[in-house]
Design a protein around this ligand. Structure first.
Ligand code: LLP
Length: 421
């Protein structure tokens, strides 16, 4: 349950009217309901209590420090993919033993810093990476836990850019090769091959592909264990889908009901790790934008708004659907179909195409829903547009958690090189 909705004619985030926030911070801006973040996290945590799963929020989906801090203070771990994310994770004081580090391209400095920081585990994506981590752990005179990311060759029904568990893409290690690595664990004296990891894709609304992948992986775990290498951890990744439009995704409890029996029926006490990003954050945030112009041609209508593809790239990049609602409903709405487009000089700069919505006019505010995951984090300065603020709400109060960038911010790392003249 997310905490955005109408009270009378006005759209609210928790107990706070959005018009009030817009007046103070201007538009566009991202708006997060902290209550929703926590609710989603705690529901998942509760559902997976029978196995006492470690939930590592996948901070690539939303790395705002206030959001991370709220989750971490409620017990969440973090799934990181870079030194930059490790830096943010440390800023919010997460217990390093609740950090898992994934990424196909970890750099030596990043690995070293993560080992020094005593993170729980690396999710390893190749044999070479295993060698590199082993070498660095040796240099630092320690033994580092790692999980091997398996490619279970399952292709869930989602956008082809965000499937990751089929043979066709760059992620993970095939089962046969991974088996060999476990059999040759002695080659990595500074590593403990403690776990296996899978992540089959993102925005998966049905548990079936998870079950299929997990069953394959459990067989793998058994075959390795049979040879005397018991595996301690199973990280089932993220990927749980949410509602953008008419999806009917599984709830946390429904997901757990299907997944948990696979573990509870086993004799070994596998430690289960989850890395959800979108499930916790997606419906916890919106983008608020203002109508700048209405353009009604004979064949087509456009609403030109002040939020562009640099602020929210998902529609342009994935053809993603985000519901768009007026922040203040009109008393007698008429409906029209329009493209809702941004100010950027690209035809791909749209938030919605051929969208039927209640007629709005210049100056009206629109709420673009389900933007809490892969929203702000994927934004850019394209067209020299300062990145927008991130505002958080808790009940009746709102706070600017990240300020709007200034013009000066845009050029702060630049100098005019006169030597080239
Ligand atoms: N674990 C791994 C190894 C991942 O690669 C990802 C996401 C996650 C966990 C979290 O997945 P989630 O629970 O959020 O589905 N930018 C795209 C999504 C890219 C997902 C990348 N990996 C989008 O806007 O839809």
């Amino acid at each position: 349950m997310h905490r955005f909705g109408y009270k009378g004619k006005e759209f609210y985030c928790e107990e706070t009217p959005i018009t009030k926030i817009a007046k103070e911070v201007g538009t566009p801006f991202y708006l997060y309901s902290i209550g929703t973040f926590l609710d989603h996290y705690l529901k998942l945590k509760e559902a997976f209590k029978p196995v006492n799963a470690l939930i590592c929020f996948s901070m690539k989906a939303n790395s705002n420090l206030t959001v991370l801090n709220a989750l971490v203070k409620n017990g969440s771990g973090l799934d990181i993919v870079s030194g930059g994310e490790l830096f943010r994770a440390k800023k919010v004081g997460v217990d390093p033993q609740k950090i898992v580090f994934a990424s196909v391209g970890k750099r030596v400095e990043e690995i070293e810093e993560a080992i020094r920081s005593k993170i729980l585990m690396f999710n390893v994506e190749s044999e070479q990476e295993l060698e590199v981590i082993n070498q660095i752990a040796g240099k630092l005179k320690t033994t580092q836990k790692v999980a091997i990311r398996l490619n279970p060759d399952v292709a869930p029904d989602t956008h082809h850019y965000i499937t990751t568990g089929s043979k066709e893409n760059k992620f993970g290690i095939g089962m046969d090769e991974a088996y060999k690595l476990f059999m040759q664990a002695y080659r990595y004296p500074h590593l403990k091959l403690a776990g296996v990891h899978i992540h089959i894709g993102s925005q998966i609304t049905d548990a079936k592909p998870f079950v299929k992948a997990i069953k394959r992986v459990l067989e793998f775990i058994d075959s390795v264990g049979y040879k005397g290498n018991p595996i301690e951890y199973l990280n089932i990744g993220g990927g749980l889908g949410i509602v953008y439009s008419k999806e009917k995704p599984q709830t946390a409890q429904e997901f757990a009901n299907v997944i948990l029996p696979l573990f509870l029926s086993r004799k070994d006490r596998l430690k289960i790790v989850l890395e959800p990003g979108r499930f916790i954050s997606g419906n916890s945030g919106i983008l608020v934008t203002k109508v700048l112009y209405e353009k009604r041609a004979k064949t087509k209508s456009f609403l030109i708004v002040d939020g562009g593809m640099n602020d929210l790239i998902r529609p342009a990049f994935y053809g993603a659907y985000h519901e768009i609602l007026p922040v203040v409903k009109s008393a007698k709405p008429r409906y029209e179909t329009a493209d809702i487009v941004g100010p950027i000089c690209e035809s791909g700069d749209f938030l919605a195409k051929n969208r039927k919505l209640a007629t709005v006019k210049v100056g009206d505010l629109l709420a673009v829903l389900s933007c809490g995951a892969y929203g702000f984090v994927m934004s850019s300065n394209y067209n020299s547009r300062p990145r927008v603020p991130e505002v958080v709400v808790r009940g009746k109060k709102f706070f600017v958690a990240r300020k709007r960038e200034t013009r000066e911010d845009l050029i702060k790392n630049e100098r005019i090189v006169t030597e080239v003249l």
